[in-house]
Design a binder for this molecule. Structure first.
Ligand SMILES: *Cc1c(COP(=O)(O)O)cnc(C)c1O
Length: 429
C-alpha cells in the first residue's frame, strides 16, 4: 500500500468542517473503504497526491478533463481571461463565442442558455418542459443521474403504477410523486407509464448512454421508441448529455443517432474543468426562457468569463483532426486489454464502452440496466479497485461510475493500465 499519511491527516481534520470531509459524496471512498488520496497537482494523464504518490487518472474530474490536466493552451486561455477580470454580471462576447460553438456542434440545439452546473441545466430544462407542455409529470430511468435537483432524486419503484418515492430526506413527497421511473432500456415499461398517464407527462429525460451506472449504451430501438412515445403523447424528449456531450463524439451522442431531441443538457466537457452547464434545443422552446419568455431562470455567475474561456478553448482543441480518433483508439485498446485480463484471470466480467468512456463490470454481459449492475460482484470489484490504486491507477471509487480517457492518455499509458488491471484482477480472486 502507498503512504497516504498526509491525505489521512487532511481527511481527518476535514470531517469536522465539511460533511464527510468532502464536497461531493463519491469522493469520500465510502464504497471502497480507505482514505481518498487528496490531490496536490495534476499534469496530462496523471495526478499526484499530497504524499507524492503519482497515479494515472481515470477519474478526470468525473468526465470534464477530456484534454487531460493543465493543457497548455487551455491554461493560456484561462490566464488571458483572468487578466481581463473574472466576473462582471454583464454580457460578454465570449458567451456568444461559446454559444456559437455549442449550437454549431449539437444537432437540433438552436438556442442555448449557459448555467453553472449540470444540475442547474437539468433543473432548468425540466422547468421549461413543464411550462411548455402545461404538464407536471416526467419520466426518468433507474440508474440515470440528472444532478441533485429534488425532482431527479427518485429511484425506481417496480410496477407501472408505482409513484416515485424520494431517494433523499428533504425531497418533498409531493414533488417526488411527479417523477415516474422505468428501467433503462425498457421500452415496454415506458410505454405502460405513458398508457397510464400520458396526458400528464411533460418530458422523458434520458442519458443517451447511461454513464452514472458504469457505461450502458442504449439498446437498438430504445431511443427511437422513446421519440415515438413522446411524439404520440405530446411530451418532450430531453437528452441529458452532461457526460456524453463532446465526449463520445464532436456533437455528443446526437452525432451517433438519428433520433432528435427537443432539449439537450450539457456540462462537464464544455467547462474544460471549470464550473459550467448549459441547456438548449428547439428555438421555439428556448425562446420561452426569461427574458425572451416567461420561464424564469437566472444565475449571478452564469456565463462566467473564465469558465467560458476554458470551454471555448477546449472545444476548439477538440476540433483538431484526429482527436476523436485518438480517443476511440485508446478506448478500444483499453477495452481489448481489459477483456484479455479478465479472461486470463478466469473471471466473469464484461467491458462496456462508448468512445472514451467505459466500465469494467464483474458480471456476465451485456449489462443493460441498473438491476444488472446491482447484481455484479461488488466485493471483488472493491479488492480490484484497491490493488489498482496501490499500483498507481486512480479509478472512480465505485462500481457504478464510468472510467474516462483523455487525449493525454497515450498507448503507453493504456498499456500501464492494462498491466495493472491484469495483476489487480488476479489479486481480487
Ligand atoms: C454529472 C452529471 C450531471 C450533474 O452535473 P453537475 O455538474 O455535477 O451538477 C447531470 N447529468 C449527467 C448525465 C451527469 O453525468
Amino acid at each position: 500500500m502507498q503512504n497516504l499519511q498526509r491525505s489521512q491527516a487532511v481527511f481527518d481534520a476535514a470531517q469536522a468542517l465539511i460533511p464527510g470531509g468532502v464536497n461531493s459524496p463519491v469522493r469520500a471512498y465510502r464504497a471502497v473503504g480507505g482514505v481518498p488520496p487528496h490531490i496536490a497537482s495534476a499534469d496530462g494523464a496523471r495526478v499526484t497526491d499530497l504524499d507524492g504518490n503519482e497515479y494515472i487518472d481515470m477519474v478526470l474530474a468525473y468526465g470534464p478533463m477530456i484534454l487531460g490536466h493543465c493543457h497548455p493552451e487551455v491554461r493560456g486561455a484561462l490566464q488571458d481571461a483572468i487578466d481581463h477580470g473574472t466576473a462582471f454580471g454583464a454580457p460578454t462576447e465570449g458567451e456568444l463565442d461559446l454559444a456559437r460553438r455549442i449550437t454549431e456542434r449539437v444537432r437540433g440545439c438552436e438556442v442555448v442558455r449557459l448555467v453553472n452546473s449540470g444540475t442547474e441545466a437539468t433543473m432548468s430544462a425540466l422547468r421549461l418542459a413543464r411550462a411548455a407542455t402545461g404538464r407536471e409529470r416526467f419520466i426518468k430511468f433507474a440508474g440515470c443521474y440528472h444532478g441533485h435537483g429534488d425532482s431527479f432524486l427518485v429511484q425506481a419503484g417496480s410496477g407501472a403504477l408505482t409513484l416515485g418515492t424520494p431517494d433523499s430526506p428533504g425531497v418533498p413527497q409531493c414533488l417526488a410523486s411527479l417523477t415516474s421511473v422505468a428501467p433503462y432500456n425498457d421500452l415496454e415499461e415506458t410505454r405502460r407509464l405513458f398508457e397510464e398517464r400520458g396526458s400528464e407527462i411533460a418530458a422523458v429525460f434520458v442519458e443517451p448512454v447511461a454513464g452514472n451506472m458504469g457505461c450502458i449504451p442504449p439498446q437498438p430501438g430504445f431511443l427511437e421508441g422513446l421519440r415515438e412515445l413522446c411524439d404520440t403523447y405530446g411530451a418532450l424528449l430531453i437528452f441529458d448529455e452532461v457526460m456524453t456531450g463532446f465526449r463520445v463524439a464532436r456533437g455528443g451522442y446526437l452525432d451517433l443517432t438519428d433520433v432528435p431531441a427537443d432539449l439537450v443538457t450539457l456540462g462537464k466537457v464544455i467547462g474544460g474543468g471549470l464550473p459550467i452547464g448549459a441547456y438548449g434545443g428547439r428555438a421555439d422552446l428556448m425562446q420561452e426562457v426569461a427574458p425572451a419568455g416567461p420561464v424564469y431562470q437566472a444565475g449571478t455567475l452564469s456565463g462566467n468569463p473564465v469558465a467560458v474561456a476554458a470551454g471555448v478553448s477546449t472545444l476548439d482543441i477538440l476540433d483538431r483532426p484526429g482527436t476523436y480518433e485518438h480517443l476511440e483508439g485508446v478506448g478500444a485498446r483499453l477495452q481489448a486489454g481489459l477483456e484479455r485480463a479478465l479472461h486470463d484471470a478466469g473471471l466473469q466480467g464484461t467491458v462496456q464502452r462508448q468512445g472514451s468512456m467505459l466500465c469494467l463490470y464483474l458480471a456476465e454481459g451485456p449489462v443493460t440496466n441498473l438491476e444488472a449492475v446491482h447484481a455484479s460482484d461488488h466485493e471483488r470489484w472493491t479488492r480490484f479497485f484497491q490493488t489498482m490504486l496501490a499500483r498507481g491507477v486512480l479509478l472512480p471509487p465505485s462500481p457504478y461510475e464510468a472510467w474516462f480517457l483523455s487525449t493525454a492518455h497515450d498507448a503507453d499509458c493504456v498499456e500501464e493500465i492494462i498491466a495493472a488491471a491484469g495483476e489487480a484482477l488476479k489479486a481480487s480472486r
